[in-house]
Design a protein around this ligand. Structure first.
Ligand code: HEC
Length: 290
């Protein structure tokens, strides 16, 4: 088997193995980073919702207490404020959603749909569960959801959510008595659910992966080419030359040129020894002939 073939049979599988391992590691890291990025974004959106809720309760509601008695203003309700805030964000980013999904909601737009009910049920079944993260296929592609339970911890909530007779009259006038009542202290009534599109960060991660693998393939191909060229000029070509020369000498040709030494040290030394042997042989032939 030719030296170059042997050499490539060893080198190319080795580089291919390196290529596959590097690809596997890179793919894992990029996908994980993309998911982390999406999760961070979801966590920030959740923080914004919570901030909006507390702002409404602390700063807006007290100012409008009196007006609320005359005419109920949903703007003073934290759930309404957080939902409206995200509806504004959605005008620019329709794939992002925020919902205070509730099993028995005051406002029908907050009613949990099937997959949201499953999440709420998980929070009801496991008290220690403080959040849930998952992925689902939606109308606009794959998305990640981040959910937190809506638990009634403050007895003040029950003023408006326990029974219609204790709720503000102005509120009943607007919302009726059919929904959003019967909630109990410490009960999980729903879940705040943030949904973030995954397609863009995942596509970006895939593009980075393809670019890197393309560059790596280019580098590996270049290495194979370079090593083959070096092998040819430093080893194969001079060895073939010595072989051809030795062949001709062995067949009795005379007056052949010397082997041109130079190049790699080992080949050069071989060439010098060969030339010495050639000279000795020629001398011996002359002595024999003479
Ligand atoms: C002043 C009355 C009032 C109080 C007090 C109140 N809520 Fe509400 N809540 C409402 C109204 C009205 C809505 C519907 C708002 C809308 O139109 O989006 C609502 C909506 C909600 C929603 C969204 C689901 C739904 O029912 O539409 C959640 C969750 C919620 N409230 C939780 C709470 C919690 C928790 C507290 C206590 C910290 C609380 N509420 C205190 C009146 C109140």
């Amino acid at each position: 088997m030719k030296l170059a073939v042997k050499f490539n049979l060893f080198l190319i599988p080795l580089l291919l193995l390196g290529f596959v391992i590097a690809g596997f590691i890179l793919h894992t890291v990029l996908q994980r980073n993309a998911r982390h990025e999406i999760q961070d974004r979801a966590a920030i959106m959740m923080e914004a919702a919570l901030a909006m809720r507390s702002y409404t309760v602390k700063e807006v509601r007290p100012l409008l207490e009196v007006q609320n008695r005359r005419n109920f203003l949903p703007q003073t309700v934290s759930a309404y404020a957080a939902t409206q805030l995200f509806n504004t964000i959605r005008e620019q980013h329709p794939e992002y959603t925020y919902k205070e999904a509730t099993l028995n909601p005051t406002n029908p737009r907050d009613r949990a749909v099937d997959w949201e009910s499953d999440i709420i049920q998980q929070f009801i079944n496991d008290e220690k569960q403080t959040f849930l993260v998952g992925e689902r296929e939606g109308g606009t592609g794959r998305s990640l959801y981040f959910a937190k339970p809506l638990r009634i911890k403050d007895p003040n909530c029950l003023k408006c959510h326990s029974t219609p007779d204790v709720a503000p009259e102005t509120m009943i006038k607007q919302y009726g008595t059919a929904n959003g009542f019967g909630w109990k202290l410490n009960e999980v009534v729903g879940a705040q659910i943030v949904s973030i599109p995954m397609d863009i960060p995942i596509t970006r991660a895939n593009q980075a992966f393809m670019t890197f693998m393309g560059i790596l393939a280019g580098i590996f191909a270049f290495i194979v080419l370079l090593l083959n060229t070096l092998l040819h000029s430093l080893v194969s070509r001079p060895v073939n030359q010595i072989t051809a020369l030795a062949d001709r000498i062995s067949k009795g040709e005379e007056g052949l040129p010397e082997f041109q030494t130079g190049g790699a040290q080992e080949i050069s030394a071989l060439g010098e020894s060969f030339n010495r042997m050639k000279r000795s042989l020629e001398k011996a032939m002359v002595m024999l002939g003479g």
